[in-house]
Design a protein around this ligand. Structure first.
Ligand code: F6P
Length: 367
């Protein structure tokens, strides 16, 4: 039996996506393994995620050339070293009730002769894969989001690289903050979950870490900074997740934009915190948003390894007929989890377990 696998990436890009595409392709087409399989594969890449596979006109050659890439071992050979996604991505929701294009999407899947889809993405992209699965399309997911907020898995591609970038950038900020005796407020991504801020802050030794899961108080931030005065420390680093909130307030919105999945753009909180600190304490403060730098560049060693294992596991799942599920990391092992379990659920920081609400920082006890 021969099956055609289509791979796509959706949502925000991140390092590790190209590695996952490479390893789906390589393990699907591996001739030694193929000899022991009852099924063999062709692999295509869909350009720009769900938008590509919905917009493509299968009867038009030009459109197919624009949205479909034939993948083989030669094409993907070097991809695991590259950041971003060579297939392109989008935040398109074909099931958006305001513009439901799911009938066209399903029609295209049939016309293109696609037997199974490997969707690489976060909650939104994999949510679409789950809906398709419910409608009888064979789908498998690979978890990706630098925010690490996807339920059903301990790891999602991109997180480790992003934490490394945060750590490196804060190392850089320390020398200038120290030279000028300034406070630096560093905004990380993480609109719902504080994993990036917490782990990035812990790795870089930040003095204060503010996360969405624990609304903060500006008086308390200033009090913590004043506590430091008189000791031989002339500067402080504060890490704040873009989705962190002042107690009793909503998150800070960047603009009025709402995406296809109904998400608002958050951001701007570091600016507010730095301004308030200076106003209330007189301590000179600066702010910086690390923004998309956190998703840029080459993948860390850990993301390359996870991309490889996740890609290989996705093909094993197709061979085993394990559809409607995603690859997952559970108790440190590669396993699978139902896509149903990620819908309308997020993996947030367990404040009791990991956050010190007195210090606004990571806990100093483990057990
Ligand atoms: O993928 C999620 C995320 O990393 C969020 O933390 C952030 O709000 C969002 O991406 C921003 O991405 P973009 O600017 O590409 O929409």
């Amino acid at each position: 039996m021969k099956m055609k696998i289509a791979i796509l990436t959706g949502g925000g890009d991140c390092p590790g996506l190209n590695g996952a595409i490479k390893w789906v392709t390589k393990s699907a087409l591996d001739s030694r393994i193929a000899a022991n399989r009852s099924v063999s594969f062709d692999v295509i890449g869909i350009v720009e995620g769900w938008r590509g596979i919905t917009d493509v006109d299968p009867d038009d050659q030009k459109s197919c050339a624009r949205y479909i890439k034939y993948l083989d071992e030669e094409v993907v050979r070097t991809w695991d070293r590259h950041g971003g996604t060579n297939l392109g991505t989008s935040r398109t929701n074909p099931f958006n009730p305001k513009n439901d294009r799911s009938a066209r999407l399903i029609d295209n899947i049939k016309k293109l002769g696609i037997d199974a889809i490997v969707a690489i993405g976060g909650e939104d992209t994999l949510g679409v894969a789950y809906k398709l699965h419910q409608l009888g399309i064979k789908t498998v997911g690979i978890p990706k989001t630098i925010d690490l907020d996807l339920a059903g898995t301990e790891y999602s591609l991109g997180f480790d690289t992003a934490v490394n970038i945060i750590t490196e950038e804060i190392d850089r900020l320390r020398t200038t903050a120290g030279s000028h005796s300034r406070i630096f407020v560093v905004e990380t991504m993480g609109r719902n979950a504080g994993w990036l801020a917490l782990r990035g802050g812990e790795c870089s030794g930040a003095y204060i870490i503010l996360i969405p899961e624990y609304p903060f108080d500006m008086d308390k931030v200033c009090e913590l900074l004043r506590e430091r005065k008189g000791r031989e420390i002339n500067y402080s680093i504060i890490v704040v997740a873009e989705g962190a909130k002042l107690s009793g307030r909503q998150e800070f919105l960047k603009d009025n934009h709402v995406d296809d999945f109904g998400h608002v753009s958050v951001g701007g909180i570091a600016n507010y915190v730095a301004h308030e600190i200076e106003k209330r304490t007189g301590l000179e403060s600066r702010h910086i948003s690390l923004s998309h730098l956190q998703r840029g560049g080459t993948p860390s060693a850990h993301d390359r390894l996870m991309a490889r294992w996740f890609g290989i596991a996705a093909v094993d799942m197709i061979v085993n007929g394990d559809f409607g599920r995603m690859v997952s990391l559970g108790q440190g092992e590669i396993t699978t989890a139902p896509l149903e379990g990620i819908v309308n659920k997020l993996k947030l920081v367990d404040v009791e377990k990991y956050y010190d609400a007195e210090r606004y920082n990571g806990r100093r006890t483990i057990f």
